[in-house]
Design a protein around this ligand. Structure first.
Ligand code: HXC
Length: 261
């Protein structure tokens, strides 16, 4: 494997869960271009591998990720450089992944690290996790969805306060605000996130992916359009053997056996 490849470790578990570990602990997993390319490539492998149903993204050491790589970004001279290479464009690979992704956040999730967590589908936080969008302190603003996703997650007043002050947010406050779904004891965050991913992976994979697509549509559509979209995908589940099996198993008082697990 190349050095770039090792920046993100991919572990395939028998339960159908892929564990992706951001692995640049000396730089608090700062999200360099190389690391994000490696993450994009591994997420592509997860989507393409029919034995994998869900993924967990976590970090090594004392951070999930302390942001995009400040030193690397600083090496770009000016607007024409960053515009020309479309800096950070390949971050879309995370939200474009069709299988569900659980973020297991321990330690710092700052700037691009917080944005990466928010691009995942569920965030589980260790009690020592620290979130935040500190870009304002560097003289810039969030650049991979922070201004858009944070307001949807926590509402305007908190999103504005956090983005305009750059202050760090504790795991407990992040949970109160609805940014994370659960706070768990330090040291257990990866296994708790894997448990959730395993539960998801135990269901019919196409159905799980339809449900994810529907929930995500809510962030981009009007209510009426979203409800129409949901109705179409709900009807589409009648085209799946697994829908028939789930209903049949209920009436026969037995556990369903999913064909497309
Ligand atoms: C590059 C980083 C880094 C980053 C930490 N490091 N964060 N390198 N980019 N985002 C490096 C440090 O330079 C240092 O390298 C090593 O990691 C350890 O960090 P320390 O600062 O010594 O650790 P500590 O004192 O514990 O402080 C932790 C910290 C601090 C509070 C998280 O590292 C920090 O403030 N980091 C930057 C957080 C930030 O501003 N993130 C937003 C980035 S901008 P050396 O070589 O000295 O050991 C961003 C833009 C988003 O994300 C827009 C689009 C993505």
């Amino acid at each position: 494997a190349s050095a770039e490849d090792d920046l993100v470790l991919l572990e395939r578990r028998d339960s159908g869960v892929a564990v992706l570990t951001l692995n640049r602990p000396k730089a608090l997993n700062a999200l360099s271009d190389g690391l994000m390319r490696a993450l994009a490539e591994k997420l592509r492998q997860v989507d393409a591998d029919s034995s994998l149903k869900a993924a967990v993204i976590t970090g090594t050491g004392k951070a999930f990720a302390a942001g995009a790589d400040i030193k690397e970004m600083h090496s770009r001279e000016g607007y024409s450089d960053v515009r020309g290479e479309n800096m950070l464009a390949h971050w879309n690979s995370v939200s474009n992944t069709r299988k569900p992704i659980v973020a297991a956040v321990g330690g710092f999730a700052l700037g691009g690290g917080c944005e990466l967590a928010m691009a995942c589908d569920i965030i589980i936080a260790s009690e020592d996790a620290k979130f935040g969008q500190p870009e304002i302190k560097l003289g810039t603003i969030p650049g991979v969805g922070g201004t858009q996703r944070l307001i949807r997650a926590v509402g305007k007043s908190k999103a504005m306060e956090w983005i305009l002050t750059g202050e760090m947010i504790s795991a407990q406050e992040a949970e109160r605000a609805g940014l994370v779904s659960r706070v768990v004891p330090a040291g257990t965050v990866l296994e708790e996130a894997v448990k959730i991913a395993e539960k998801i992976a135990s269901f019919s994979s196409p159905v799980v992916q339809l449900a994810k697509e529907c929930v995500n549509a809510a962030e981009e559509t009007s209510l009426a359009e979203g409800i129409r979209f949901e109705r179409h995908l709900f009807h589409a589940t009648w085209g799946l053997d697994d829908r028939r099996e789930g209903f049949q198993a209920f009436s026969e008082k037995r556990q369903p056996t999913w064909k497309h697990r």
